[in-house]
Design a binder for this molecule. Structure first.
Ligand code: AMP
Ligand code: ZN
Length: 471
């Protein structure tokens, strides 16, 4: 079966191919850098990472642009409160965002586009709209006339015919009941930062940055545009209105939207104050890969309810997979290859692929991996798993981890701080100890056991080889 995504625009599951040269031109709305982003935001960015990695697994190249919103109402207010310039204020939170993203192992898009570095592109886009009579000015600000774009509402599937009255909104975020002509360029106010343009001093509204930057990096029609569901209206609806009014062409072929992360049945958001940042969770001692696993484990179009039990379950799942990895790699095995085990491994990969091709169904993909682990653990118990089957298991885990990326322990917080060795360091100590025993250097073997013991690692010699546990 081919790779399919649910397209918000058509409300259908559609087979995906990029338009040309095997390259996916993709634009995702990035963070607004007015504070540390919370793990709800990171659910959306983790979905985008999974999307990237799966597209690549399916043989496509990526040309992905993510914007950084570094000028808007909230940022200006916060920077003023902190008595910092806009640039100084946003630099700090942009840096923090990319540090957090790296801790969560999110790949960096090919282009990261800060809004304030693309003001000329926005000015040009507004001028094109003005030349085609899609805009009007009022009190120094320039607005987009939604009544002039007949398809307004096609993404959010709303009929806005009744409210195209010429009334305006100046705020960047508003709800469906408030659909009005939206602001493209806000006239200069008080001490706020401003740029000088042919249509007056001021600063951009939020929506124009994404249209202008997406088209300047990727061309008039994108393959994929993605973001959280809260962006469907008004943000993405407005992006379509602006872009398609300029070009007369479809702005994006596929629109993918991820559902929210909830906490106690409410959307996690800064305005509700019910949020955790990644830093909060790391300080509590959770490892970044555990958080990544939890965020990736629920298919992106389902709500994800955040709980600490969920995090603990994620940690257990990773531990199971790491135990399995070590067992399959280091157990003492009979020589040869069991064909049935090889076939079972190929089937696991097929199931994993089918699940992800089906609109990135990560839950089904994980189920396939855990069923496989159960089956192979039994095969190991029954001596059915043979020396050359190690490669089969390693391949399954490689495919899994190419996407989920949780098996290799990171420079983990609490453990690293205590000087605890990482899993791979432990594995190499164990290997060294085995070699020492083989060459009858028992003193060195004992020394390694004692060294690991002093770091809280218990070794257990079983008939299948060496197992270890943290004390
Ligand atoms: P913002 O920094 O507010 O512009 O949001 C960045 C991204 O996070 C956007 O794609 C939002 O749709 C998304 N987002 C905001 N809140 C949540 C949440 N609770 N769960 C998942 N995604 C969210
Ligand atoms: Zn955007």
């Amino acid at each position: 079966m081919a790779l399919r995504f649910f397209n918000t625009l058509t409300q259908e599951l559609e087979v995906f191919h990029p338009q040309k040269d095997n390259t996916v031109r993709m634009y995702t709305c990035g963070p607004t850098v007015y504070n540390y982003v919370h793990i709800g935001n990171f659910r959306t960015f983790t979905f985008q990472d999974i999307l990237r990695r799966w597209l690549r697994y399916r043989g496509y190249k990526l040309d992905h642009v993510m914007n950084v919103t570094d000028v808007d109402d909230k940022i200006i207010a916060n920077a003023a409160k902190a008595q910092k310039s806009l640039a100084d204020y946003t630099r700090e939170f942009t840096k923090a965002f990319f540090e957090d993203a790296a801790a969560l192992r999110l790949e960096k898009p090919e282009h990261v586009a800060p809004a304030t570095e693309h003001i000329p592109e926005m000015v040009e886009a507004i001028q094109k709209l003005a030349a085609k009579n899609y805009t009007y000015t009022n009190d120094g600000s320039t607005y987009f006339r939604i009544g002039s774009f007949s398809q307004y509402g096609k993404l959010s599937h709303n009929d806005f015919a009744g409210i195209r009255s010429g009334a305006r909104v100046d705020v960047d975020e508003y709800d469906k009941a408030d659909a009005r002509d939206f602001v493209l360029w806000k006239g200069r106010k008080g001490n706020e930062p401003f740029w000088t343009t042919p249509f007056g001093d001021g600063r951009p509204g939020w929506h124009i940055e994404c249209s202008a930057m997406a088209m300047s990096y990727l061309g008039e029609t994108l393959d994929i545009h993605a973001g959280g569901v809260d962006l469907i209206f008004p943000h993405h609806e407005n992006e379509i209105a602006q872009s398609e009014s300029i070009t007369g062409k479809p702005f994006a072929r596929f629109w993918l939207h991820s559902e929210h992360l909830h906490i106690e049945s409410q959307k996690m958001s800064k305005s509700l104050g019910n949020f955790y940042t990644l830093r909060d969770l790391l300080e509590m001692g959770y490892q970044p890969e555990v958080i990544r696993y939890l965020l990736a484990s629920v298919p992106y179009r389902k709500k994800l309810n955040f709980t600490f039990d969920g995090l603990k379950a994620a940690a257990k799942s990773i531990e199971r997979l790491r135990d399995f990895e070590l067992r399959a790699a280091s157990a003492k095995l009979p020589p040869g290859r069991n064909e049935a085990v090889s076939e079972r491994s190929a089937a696991a990969i097929r199931q994993f692929e089918e699940a992800l091709d089906d609109d990135l169904n990560t839950a089904e993909a994980l189920a396939a991996v855990f069923e496989y682990v159960r089956a192979i653990n039994s095969a190991l118990d029954e001596q059915q798993f043979q020396e050359e089957n190690r490669w089969d298991a390693a391949r399954v885990l490689e495919v899994f981890d190419g996407l989920f990326d949780v098996l290799k322990p990171g420079p983990s917080t609490a453990a690293a701080a205590n000087g605890m060795p990482s899993d791979s360091e432990i594995a190499s100590y164990i290997e060294e100890r085995q070699q020492a025993k083989k060459s009858r250097d028992f003193a060195r073997a004992d020394q390694i056991r004692a060294l690991l013991d002093s770091k809280g690692i218990l070794l257990e010699d079983t008939k299948e080889g060496v197992r270890w546990k943290r004390k």
